[in-house]
Design a protein around this ligand. Structure first.
Ligand SMILES: Nc1ncnc2c1ncn2[C@@H]1O[C@H](COP(=O)(O)OP(=O)(O)OP(=O)(O)O)[C@@H](O)[C@H]1O
Length: 204
């Protein structure tokens, strides 16, 4: 279970948010919403352990994530705001390296299959600098099909995706949640994902 207790984030002289509380169990989804600059990315970075709360704590199964950072890294998959892929590598190379960094060795065939599942066909061996923004995003999301962690933390995963890719993503999320995965995501787009419980967290 992922819990946030009384989380506060200060940036410069601004309090972006304070008093944030939530708990997410297997099969549950939390959508973080709010206007540009309200602190959604800052909150997600806290949930990953990349930023430290100004007050409050983030816990995983009752333990502060700061005290179990190594174990916690193996529990989460974080896809940041930017696609995080390297332009000078091919789609397959990007995917294999991203998976290896998450501790999962993926051969070329499996990487290729995941790209096909994400609808990226006949583009697997191109340098990603030659791909469109939506195709780059598909490469980045393909990691979710290969790396099986208990918690996905996804910052704007739908950015640049077309209607069919959004539908694909919705199916991937629903399958993962049905298998007991936990998801925290931000999006400015509407996406109707079925989950055991959906928490809505608004930052203003
Ligand atoms: N290190 C920092 N120092 C000062 N201000 C920062 C820092 N990091 C972020 N901010 C500010 O904090 C605010 C919140 O940023 P954040 O990226 O968390 O917002 P967001 O809700 O994700 O926005 P968007 O919807 O545009 O992605 C912004 O005004 C940003 O400029």
């Amino acid at each position: 279970m992922l819990q946030g207790n009384n989380l506060e984030c200060v940036r410069g002289d601004r309090v972006l948010f304070s008093g944030i509380n939530f708990s997410i169990k297997p099969g549950e989804l939390m959508q973080v919403r709010g206007p540009n600059g309200s602190g959604k990315t800052s909150l997600l970075r806290m949930l990953c352990g990349l930023a430290v709360p100004n007050s409050g704590k983030v816990s995983w199964n009752g333990a502060n994530i700061r005290s179990i950072s190594e174990e916690y890294c193996g529990v989460i998959t974080y896809l940041g705001h930017m696609s995080g892929i390297k332009d000078e590598l091919t789609a397959i190379e990007n995917l294999r390296i991203a998976s290896a960094l998450s501790g999962v060795e993926v051969d070329e065939k499996r990487a290729c299959e995941a790209l096909h599942q994400m609808g990226l066909i006949e583009r697997e061996n191109l340098f990603t600098k030659l791909l469109s923004q939506g195709q780059k995003r598909r490469v980045s999301l393909a990691r979710l099909l290969l790396v099986r962690t208990q918690l996905w933390i996804l910052d704007e995963p739908l950015t640049a995706l077309d209607v069919s890719a959004i539908e694909l993503m919705k199916n991937i999320l629903e399958r993962y949640l049905a298998q007991g995965g936990m998801v925290v995501l931000t999006t400015h787009q509407e996406i109707d994902v079925s989950a055991a419980v959906t928490h809505q967290l608004y930052l203003s």
